[in-house]
Write a protein that binds this ligand. Structure first.
Ligand code: IPD
Ligand code: CA
Ligand code: CA
Length: 263
């Protein structure tokens, strides 16, 4: 575990250095599917360096990373990488973006790291050993009064095909929370959203249609900080789930109720 952790930290720091070096500088930006789903050359520089660091120590491990996809499959160890989470923010010089890397062994998430170099915030979790922010233990908030909760969400680049007036359309769900008078923020980085739930800045987070690289590290960080994470059925979570609800545990049932509300 110590070697895994050392390599995870090295890869995270290297990616952070690259992100910071180009932040608010000049770099090429391209669109993926949809004009606002962006990828920059810095995503690729960060990704290449992370993979290089992992391969140097663990050449047989499997890797899945947002821009290159699956690199190897036949290993019980899987590295799940988002070389920049919050690319739209990064491309606009908004300092809410990070690198997110998790290590999975068979079905168990062992380690997760999320680093925002602009704020110099490194969130780290090890299965069964808690979560930290810059080395100090963190835990979710203790707020149980849902009416006073501070929430965060995100929106997909592509909307689901369900009609906009259907009660489970993301916009209608968002509307229900806002109409409760709750502060709902949209930061633009799911990994940071999860970490900010883990350290108690937010009491809850929900989003549709995330991918394993957006959530894997943040998932472990929330769990190890004492939070609860499920899908929108309230079932145990998997990084492959398309619906994510992460809370301090105390407001989970209320958030689930509002998300699942039917007319
Ligand atoms: C995105 C961010 C954003 C979320 C999107 C993700 P990217 O990741 O996490 O907060 O709303 O769904 O795709 O594209 O910046 O790596
Ligand atoms: Ca992402
Ligand atoms: Ca990304």
């Amino acid at each position: 575990m110590e070697e895994l952790k050392a390599v995870l930290l090295e890869a995270t720091q290297e990616a952070g250095r690259i992100i910071q070096e180009y932040f608010q500088g000049t770099f090429k930006i391209e669109s993926k599917e949809g004009i606002n789903n962006l990828v920059t050359e810095v995503d690729k520089f960060s990704e290449n360096r992370i993979i290089e660091v992992i391969k140097k120590s663990f050449p047989s491990h499997a890797i899945i990373s947002e821009e290159v996809g699956e690199l190897k499959k036949d290993s019980p160890y899987l590295w799940i990488i988002d070389p920049i989470d919050g690319t739209v923010n990064f491309a606009h010089g908004i300092p809410i973006c990070c690198v997110s890397i998790a290590v999975k062994h068979n079905d168990d998430l062992l380690l997760g790291a999320v680093y925002n170099p602009m704020m110099n915030e490194l969130f780290l979790a090890e299965k069964g050993k808690g979560a930290t922010l810059n080395g100090k233990p963190i835990s979710v908030s203790v707020k149980s009064n849902f009416e006073k909760a501070c929430l965060v969400t995100g929106f997909p680049y592509r909307w689901p095909s369900s009609p906009e007036n259907s009660t489970d359309h993301p916009i209608r769900v968002f509307e229900r929370f806002v109409l409760q008078g709750l502060p709902v923020r949209r930061l633009g980085s799911a990994a940071i959203d999860l970490c900010w739930v883990a350290c108690g800045r937010f009491d809850g987070f929900w989003e549709y249609n995330l991918s394993p690289w957006d959530i894997a590290a943040g998932y472990l960080i929330v769990q190890e900080a004492g939070g609860t994470i499920t899908n929108f059925e309230g079932e145990p979570y998997s990084v492959y789930d398309k619906e994510t609800l992460a809370t301090n545990g105390l407001i989970h049932a209320e958030m689930l109720g509002l998300i699942r509300k039917r007319k």
